[in-house]
Design a protein around this ligand. Structure first.
Ligand code: GLU
Length: 310
């Protein structure tokens, strides 16, 4: 319930700002129109890829698969406020690159995408949710890191992003990570970007502002309460596309964020199966279709990364 309210508050903040600037519209998950015009609505659009449950799917020796099979559904952890990645529109429809990857994977483990139970889990709670068996897998801009591997495992990567900065359109001083000293920088609790800001001492500790979600940071940026939002460029480009006349991405990425599907740590059979499914999507064009129809709309053209099995 709390998360939903945050989404609505964030959407309201966007709407207010856009109105304040004399422009129409509320946020859209599909990004800008390409012409630089403000988005007309937050209605979800999909890539058009269809995912049919593989009813013959079997994963021998996987407790996660057994659980999914007997439940007849899959419980997937996602984000809900990241346009073109993991988004839920005001009508309640979910869309985005991560959502479609999650749906594709469900079909590959024998579950029709309509049988997915989505759980909105913020960055800081992912390991706990996976470890506690609250979700079967997580698809939501989740960077593969050695630290996280102590608690969970990862299939992938299925995308590689880089940490960047989102600033107001009229900002000229913040040109990259070395220009953050003395500036208020916002990011999400428990994320790799906020950790990097601290580790590399890119601004003073008192200037680091954290929220549960990036959309809260974006509201703060629009309200001039912070000077920059930092996280993956893939995420920031979606927010910039929602408010093209107010926000821009600096475009100097300073990390490599390899997105993995978060999985229970000790279920290697399931991880192998998810890796196989991801690899199949790389080869048969499904990944490309999903990317081009979702994240590719606010980002740059991309091709599948190299899978890293472990
Ligand atoms: N990819 C980064 C991470 O996993 C930032 C995005 C996020 O918080 O989901 O921490």
């Amino acid at each position: 319930m709390r998360m939903k309210r945050v989404a609505v508050v964030a959407a309201a903040a966007f709407a207010f700002t856009l109105t304040a600037c004399g422009e129409d519209g509320t946020p859209t998950p599909s990004g800008g129109t390409g012409s630089g015009a403000a988005p007309a609505s937050d209605t979800c659009t999909t890539s058009g890829a269809t995912f049919t449950a593989d009813t013959a799917a079997a994963v021998t020796g996987s407790p996660t698969f057994d659980k999914i099979k007997s439940a007849g559904k899959v419980v997937v952890g996602v984000k809900f406020d990241q346009p073109n990645l993991g988004y839920k529109d005001t009508a309640g429809t979910r869309c985005g690159f991560d959502i479609e990857i999650a749906q594709y994977l469900a079909s590959k483990v024998g579950v029709d995408p309509t049988k997915i139970e989505y759980k909105e889990i913020p960055s800081a709670n992912r390991e706990t949710a996976i470890k506690g068996g609250e979700i079967d897998y997580y698809v939501g801009t989740y960077s593969i890191t050695d630290k996280r591997k102590a608690d969970v495992s990862f299939a992938g990567p299925y995308f590689v992003a880089g940490q960047d900065l989102l600033v107001r359109k009229d900002e000229s001083a913040i040109t990259g990570k070395t220009a953050l000293m003395g500036k208020k920088v916002c990011s999400a609790t428990g994320s790799t970007p906020i950790q990097r800001i601290r580790d590399e001492k890119l601004t003073e500790p008192e200037n680091i502002v954290e929220f549960k979600t990036y959309s809260e940071c974006v509201s703060q940026l629009l309200d001039k309460k912070v000077d920059a939002v930092t996280t993956d460029d893939a995420i920031l480009k979606g927010y910039a596309a929602q408010s093209p006349s107010d926000l821009k991405v600096v475009g100097q990425p300073f990390s490599e964020e390899k997105y993995g599907v978060g999985l229970p740590r000790d279920d290697k059979a399931f991880r192998d199966a998810i890796n196989n499914a991801i690899e199949a999507s790389f080869k048969d064009g499904t990944w490309q279709k999903i990317y081009d129809g979702t994240l590719g709309k606010s980002g740059s053209p991309a091709t599948p990364p190299t899978l890293e099995r472990y």
